[in-house]
Design a protein around this ligand. Sequence first.
Ligand code: AMP
Ligand code: GLY
Length: 419
Amino acid sequence: MKVLVVGGGGREHALVHKLSQSPKVEKIYCAPGNAGISYLAECVDIKVGDIEKFKEFVIKNNIDLTVVGPEMPLVQGIVDEFERKGLKIFGPNKKAASIEGSKYFAKQFLSKYNIPTGRFKAFDKYQEALKFLKETWYPVVIKADGLAQGKGVFIVKDFIEAKEVLDLVMKKRIFGTSGDIIVVEEMLFGKEASVFAFVDGKNILPMVTAMDYKKIYEKDEGPNTGGMGSIAPNPCIDKETLDEIIENILKPVVKALQKEGIVYKGVLYTGLMLTKEGPKVVEFNARFGDPETQVVLPLLKTDLVEIIEATLEGKVDKVQIEWEDKKAVCAVIASSGYPGEYKTGFEIKGLENIKEAFVYHAGTTLKEGKIVTSGGRVLGITATGNSYEEAREKVYREIQKINFEGMYYRKDIGIVSQV
Ligand code: AMP
Ligand code: GLY
C-alpha cells in the first residue's frame, strides 16, 4: 500500500521509520518531511495546514492511508474532509481533536465526568479574570484556550506575574483568537508522564509509557521547550500506577467521549501529573507526542499498519500488541538559542558515522547535497538497551560524532536517579 505521513518533525521521522518496516507498505510519501525522512520517503512540498492540497495529492496518487502527525490539521478538520471523500486517514476528527484544540473544552469534559484533574476556572472577560486572579491563591497555571504552538501555558507565582500574562493574552492578544478564553488551573505537583493509547471509538490499546524532558537546561531548569529528550518506559510508572491510569483515567475518558457522541479514532495522548493523591490529567493531545514517539515506536514490535487498520475498523481490542523488553533514550540536539531565537542553515557533519543509535531528524533540510539545520530542535538521537544506562551511554557516545555550529543538548537525559 501507499502511505502519506503529514508533518516534518522528529515524530514524523519516527512514524515513517516504523511504517517503512511494515511488510504491507510499498511506498511512503511525507509532506513536508525533512532531510532524514527523505531517505525513507518521498518528500512532498505541501504545507501542514493545506488540507485541500492534501486531498488532491492523495486522490491523484492513489494513496491508501494518510497518517497525521501534528495537531493543527486535526483541529482544522483534515479527518472530516478526508472522510467526506471516502479517503482513509488516521487521526481524530475535528470535534474529537478539540480535546487538544480547546483547553476549556478538555477541562469541562474532565470535570463533568469526574476524571482526576486539577481544579480550574475559565474566563472570556478580562475584568472577571483579573478579579479572580486578585483573590486566588498562588502559584496557578494560566493557559490560553486554543492552540498556541506549545507556548500558551504560564506558571505564575503571584498576582503581578498573573496580570502580565493576562495582559499579553487578553489585551495584546499575542495568541490571537486562541486567547479569547483563558483557563486558570490549580498547580499540580509531582512527576510528569506521557501515556499514549490507540483509541478506536470504544476500545483503548495503551502504548509503552514515556517521559518528556520539557525544560531547556539540565536538572529541569530554564524555560519550557517542545521537549529536549525522552525515555520509555516511564520509570515513575509501576504496574499498579499504570493500572490506576487505565482504570481511573483512560477507560473513563473513552466512555465519556462516547457519551458525548464523540467518535475518537486515533492516538490519545494523556499528559499526567503523578501527584500524592494519584495520577491526574494535565492535558490531552490528539496525536503522538514529540519527542516521546522517538522512544515509544522503536520499542514497538507489532506492525504499526496493522494497529492503525484495527483502530480505524473499531477492532483495536483484537490486536495482540508486542513491545521490546528494553529501555529507550532519546536526546534532542537543538540550535543554540532555542527555545528563543536561533540561526539556521548550518551544515550538520558526522551523521554517517552513527552506528549504535538512530538519528531522527526534526529541523533539517537538504541544501546542495548537504544536510543543514532548519529549525530549533534539529535531531533526536535514540538508542535502546537492556537498561536506561546502557541506552544512554550509546546515545551520548554517538552524539560526540555529530557536529554543527551552535549545537546544544542536555547531558542528563536518561539518568533515572535524577528524575
Ligand atoms: P500543557 O500544554 O497543558 O501540557 O502544559 C505544558 C506544561 O506545563 C505541562 O507539561 C506541565 O509541565 C506544565 N503544566 C501545565 N498545567 C499544569 C498544572 N496544572 N500544574 C502543573 N504544571 C502544569
Ligand atoms: N512532548 C510534548 C508534546 O508533544 O506535546
